[in-house]
Design a protein around this ligand. Sequence first.
Ligand code: DC
Length: 233
Amino acid sequence: MQPTAPLITIAIDGYSSSGKSSMARQLAKSIGYRYIDSGAMYRAVTLYAMRHGMIDAEGNIDTEALLEALPGIDISFRINGDTQSTTLGGEDVESEIRSMAVSNNVSPVAAIPQVRHALVTMQQAMGQQKGIVMDGRDIGTTVFPHAEMKIFVNASPQTRAQRRLAELIEKGSAVTYEEVLSNVINRDNIDRNRKESPLRQADDAIELDNSTMSIEQQNRWLLDRYNEIIARL
Ligand code: DC
């Protein structure tokens, strides 16, 4: 009988629209792990704030009101067969949290230290049993600094904007390449320069630039890294 592989924690960080979520989801499926999209949690908090009038048309956030509401914001994930949806107060908001309106407001919300602390605590609780693949910006540096496998994914802003544009157009959004590129660059800047756990590659993360890789190549590359790490344990 084959010995069962030890359960590990897998942290996949990287820039927005670098394809890390698709890779992370596919890896989790291949190895039977739980997948958590931490960006969806920041997006759900942002949607909550927008719906409750805590973010105005200029993007100013009523931080005090948001922090007061924070303990009552109920974010969860629902699994429907092969797909996973983010829920907010039990409502499926998976599609709404991917809109440009949420994308335009999420980085400043994710820069609020108390928002980060609350979500990091939830994420650490989700990973207590290991056997998890989580993707985000600070998973290998802050959420799971002792993760056995850490990957940092990057691709050029132009490649990432093209990928996000294709996704948005498929969902019926009328956006332009220029709008998406500017959102990608703007979010990179906020994510990299915020005070609280800025986006950076963990010292012990393996880097992947997937600008010229197909989805199949990326998935294969990731599974190979997992097998190497497991073989060393
Ligand atoms: O991965 P994404 O584009 O869905 O992330 C949405 C935003 O949330 C992005 O601006 C960065 C932020 N984020 C973060 O600060 N920390 C994480 N662990 C995940 C996402």
